[in-house]
Write a new protein. Structure first.
Length: 276
């Protein structure tokens, strides 16, 4: 006997002797250590009994309660589709937004300004920085820059081209188109300059003298002011348009060598033509 077997589970001591007759006993059907199966009852009879009906009704009620609880708390054994979850979340956010009272207007998100269409832009384009003029008539780049300043002032004042030729030819003779300081006026070195001279107190592109009323040293050392002063003096010469370049320049400068300007006329004409 197995130590765990009960008295009822112990097999009978009397065993049939002899070969098997083909009919197995209850012990062989159930094995050595298993209790014999209880006699089966009719399933229909069991379900129709009163206790069975009561138990079945109670079980159904419990199952329905569990299902209701699971539905209320959204406990799903299998994950819900992503589209369905996002749709429900969006609906919840919309309901919350409509129910929320705002004390102030919502913040406005700044949007980068889109470029204006070509038709809406200004008809006048922004002028580009002018390129440095190409030297002409044998001038250096520095001399050409100074000639351009003289011509630009003449264009601004509406001076005829012949007046610009007179001005450029005069500067060629007086300073070789360099903005010169003066050894007589030490203060002239305090301003931008491109060399020095010693002809009395004459300074600048046109060697104009502060002592003669042309302007202060600081003014005359500025090429644009010096050019304006020359054009203003030329405009006061009666009939200057009918004078030769030499006569017109001499009428303004009152030089000791009036014929010296004539040799620069051709070069000055070429330079003005290149700059206008």
């Amino acid at each position: 006997m197995h130590p765990d077997d009960t008295a009822e589970q112990q097999p009978a001591r009397t065993r049939p002797v002899g070969p098997s007759t083909g009919v197995t006993s209850d012990e062989r059907r159930i094995g050595r250590h298993r209790a014999p199966e209880p006699p089966r009852r009719d399933a229909r009879a069991a379900l129709t009994s009163v206790p069975a009906r009561i138990a079945l009704a109670g079980g159904v009620t419990c199952c329905l309660g569990l299902l209701a609880f699971a539905g209320t708390h959204h406990v799903d054994r299998q994950p819900r589709p992503v589209q369905e979850v996002l749709a429900d979340r969006a609906a919840d956010e919309q309901r919350a937004s409509r129910a929320r009272e705002r004390a102030a207007a919502p913040l406005t998100v700044p949007v980068p300004a889109s470029p204006r269409p070509p038709a809406a832009r200004s008809a006048t384009p922004t002028p580009a920085k002018p390129a440095r003029p190409r030297p002409a008539a044998g001038l250096t780049p520095l001399q050409m820059d100074n000639a351009k300043k003289i011509v630009d002032v003449g264009v601004d004042l509406g001076v005829p081209r012949r007046g610009m030729v007179v001005a450029v030819a005069t500067a060629m003779q007086e300073s070789d188109l360099h903005n010169l300081a003066s050894d007589v006026l030490p203060e002239s070195y305090d301003h931008p300059h491109q060399g020095s001279g010693s002809d009395h107190d004459s300074v600048g592109l046109f060697q104009q003298r502060p002592s003669s009323g042309w302007g202060s040293v600081a003014q005359l050392m500025r090429p644009d002011y010096a050019a304006r002063a020359f054009y203003a003096a030329l405009a006061e010469i009666p009939g200057w348009r009918d004078l030769s370049v030499t006569a017109a320049a001499q009428a303004v400068q009152i030089s000791a060598y009036p014929g010296a300007y004539a040799r620069h006329e051709q070069r000055a004409t070429t330079v003005v033509a290149a700059l206008t």
